[in-house]
Design a protein around this ligand. Sequence first.
Ligand code: X8Z
Ligand code: ZN
Length: 610
Amino acid sequence: MTLRYGVALAAMVTALGGAAWAVQDAEDGMTTEPTVEEALEFLADAEAELREFGEFGARTAWVQNNFITEDTNWLLERMSTQSTEMSVRLATEAARYADLDLPEDAARKIAVLRNGITLPAPNDPESAARLSELTTRMGAAYSAGLMEIDGEMVDHNELENIMRTSRDPEFLSHVWNGWRRAYDPAQMAADYAEMVDIANQGARDLGFDNLAQMWLSNYDMPADEMEAEVERLWGQVEPFYEQLHCHVRANLNELHGDDVQAATGPIRADLLGNMWAQGWSSLSDVAAVGDSEPAYDLNELLVEADYTPVRMVEVAEGFFSSLGLEELPDTFWERSLIEQPRDRQVACHASAWNLDSVEDLRIKMCTRVNADDFVTVHHELGHNYYQRAYNQQDYLLQSGANDGFHEAIGDFIALSVTPEYLVQIGLLDEDDMPGAEADLGLLMDTALDKIAFLPFAVMMDQWRWRVLRGEIEPADYNSAWWELRQSYQGIEPPVDRPADAFDPGSKYHIANNVPYLRYFLSHILQFQFHQAACEMAGWEGPLHRCSIYGNEEVGARFNAMMEMGASQPWPDALEAFTGTRQMDGSAIIAYFQPLMDHLQEENADRECGW
Ligand code: X8Z
Ligand code: ZN
């Protein structure tokens, strides 16, 4: 079922449709009670059709993502309409069998069919087509957005790079604002509102209160329990974010002065080294702890070693191979898009695909030679290795134990990119290997990425859930967005937002309808995986110095979890690898505890919060 991760056309990711199953009794026209045998036959048929349509759909989407034109948008729209119609028909049909006493795997498949459509449409002749028109237009507008700088038209990949590297507040605010005008915000907001109406009706037709409830129903527990889980997990890690925020704000205040960044209150969103203030690792220099310089700069190491994008992917593959996993197939290298082509428009946001649900694995990424993208290539390959590991499962169970697992695989591997590992692969000179005195700096670098991300990930779907529940009206889309940004992240826009702004649309996953809770869960889970793996490896030092590179025993156990796919409830998969059945913040807390102790001391006389 995992065709691709992090890609447009979310409606197609799960539950691509199949034939409607005859439920009428041919003789007397009366509806008969469904039987277990019928349910199993229905599922077998559905899986066969899904598989076939899935490959057609994935290839269509691949071509559109790699070559965005009027015509490929048209093709994508067509395909997506068919996909939605089929998946809605199947979900409706599956509901008939829901109360039967089915074998466990069949019951799981019925649940996948019923809950797994990201954007359902009502079952009528127009809705799916209209929904597809809206989503294609929003997705294409996002990928095509351009901003003029010094007479040149600049795309968002380059704008992101400017946000990462510039320290000029005026230029940053200009670029930050420019990206939020690079698409037509009024058009996107109107499209978004109409899409919400259609998809909510689709969800209601399938028996849900609204689409938010449907999204939350994919975690092997009732939707409200899952929402409470998210609150609980966020509550565990929130104090860490507040300490980080306090430290970074103080350093930004020192760097830029009161006029640019005040010492109290929210942080200006454009000063954090990222277009969305979602990951702050490029602020490594600004956010250094104490007097110590960062131990090394992975950006520089990669450039000095003449790394290319392809080399970065090869090295990431090497990590997985060192765990005993099979190499990527030749077709991966022949068919992937690893560098941004200059002669055409592509969807640059990184993604991983399995086009035939066997091993036609590919990534699509406008890779740059920098530390962020080095982590991202591991992230994408993680999706590919997971997809291949579960390809023996029945089609409807070919996905992550939950979507947070899928996002966590590659990030978990990248947590093993330690100084020692960099020495092992020849990127860092043995003489430059940092000692324990560099630990706080190393932890800070990772915290800028992982801790800063947590409130962003929570607020993204807080906004969407409220929109989908009708608690945020279209007229309030942008103001509610900034209320949540301020409340969770403690950030504010650098310039007043115009009345027609639609800033949520500046983020890929909103314009392309990819649910975001998965990334929050991933940031909890990847530390649980890391802690468990290091324990298995017999590691006794601090968690941030542990690398499982070369450990085939850990690799085998990890692969065993990946091979399960979605065949068991996720707590079973989690238990198989970590021994625990709960998602829990204690691992990420343990990882960062030394840094937090330090920050608490450093921040003692500051007024933290906003
Ligand atoms: O979208 C992604 C991946 C593809 S699934 C590149 N990520 C999130 C983002 O970019 O916002 C990875 C981390 C968060
Ligand atoms: Zn991903």
